[in-house]
Design a protein around this ligand. Sequence first.
Ligand code: AMP
Ligand code: ZN
Length: 453
Amino acid sequence: MLRLENTLTGRKEEFKPTRGKIVRFYTCGPTVYNFVHIGNLRTYIFEDVLRRALRYEGYKTLQVMNITDIEDKIIKKAKTEGKTIKEITIPFTRSFMEDLKKLNIEKPEIMPRATAHIKEMIALIEKLLQKGFAYKGNDGSIYFDITKSEGYGKLAKIDKKNLKAGIRIEADEYNKDEAQDFVLWKAKKEGEPSWKSPFGPGRPGWHIECSAMSIKYLGESFDIHTGGIDNAFPHHENEIAQSEAATGKIFSRFWLHGEHLLVGGEKMAKSAGNFYTMRDIEKKGYDPTAFRYLVLSNHYRSKLNFTWESLTAAKNGYQNLRDEIKRARAMADKKDKHNKSKEKEYLSIFKQAIENDLGAPEGLAEIWNVMKDKDLSPVSKIFLAEEMDKVLGLGIAKMKSRPVTLEVRKIIKEREMARTEKDFNKSDILRNKAEELGYRIEDTPKGPIAIGI
Ligand code: AMP
Ligand code: ZN
């Protein structure tokens, strides 16, 4: 049984979906005004492990991840660069999708864009106005009145006494320390994009986007909501307040938050300028999967300080694993037997690790235990590593050596002959020749094998 740490209750709880075998979950997606940084990607990797773990447990996923394609920062960038909103958001949405692919992050089932759901947002705001949870400010914008929300602060554990009632916040950049009435609909400003609405032309605030899109695709009450820890307050708190006010139902039962990626002990953030993107990682010659390996080596609820040294260590770990897999494949023989009882044992340890609030580091360690087990046949090793990789997503099924060419096979034979004749000089030359052709010759108890480098 999967147990997940629920920010809402502060406890690790047994997880079961409410609608049969389908898990409905929502993930806050990126604001597409720039490339996402590797801190954001750490969070998307944790969410990907969650969806893979849910499937490993026998569930189907219905995951929604929004694309925020209207927001203060986008508008500002479009103005500064003399571009339209779409000229900013379309290319950055595309590069985000590329980043996901490179990191083996599965595409959520639904990826709605905010600007395609203005109608749903307006309907939700109308409901809040009707029910008396929202009001029009002097500036013509519509605000949510947090004093009307009974449970306000329940996610972020904010004392209601500290609420700054009546103090309004209109910007998309929020004060993280104070709870304030927040904007649902921003009245039109000169030179800014706007939509018609019953409460005048304007555009939606950031929080209402996620409520409208999650309710549309997942229903008024669903299983899990995820995001980075910085989203817990005020974004998720506000999502809960407005959704529950509108529907009268529990919004999401589970709230999972990933901890931050840090640089020099500080949160990696666009605004701080201390960030790297996937492009920086690749420019320095790292395989994107090395970054995934680094992220998996740390529990999602722990802070992770990023350094190039730690990425290098992860790269080495990842490459060693790839070599081990290729070696096992080269040694695997169709006649080899699976060691069923050992396989069962390993899978049970692995499952326990994942079921304990997504213990990816322990899961990864278990793959290594498998690869190092001298008593395990290569076929069992491959079977287990591929099975565990269903959750970890390092692409083990694709870690295959290139087929050994006729030329290389000939070199191996000649080298064997040289070795029986104790001509080690010749044997070394032949080994180097194979390496020049992209193959490493290794001597194993089963005889020499060639592995594509
Ligand atoms: P944003 O585009 O800022 O809304 O962020 C997109 C996702 O990345 C959200 O789930 C954030 O909580 C998360 N996030 C932002 N900064 C970091 C960071 N330094 N480490 C991990 N996750 C982050
Ligand atoms: Zn959101």
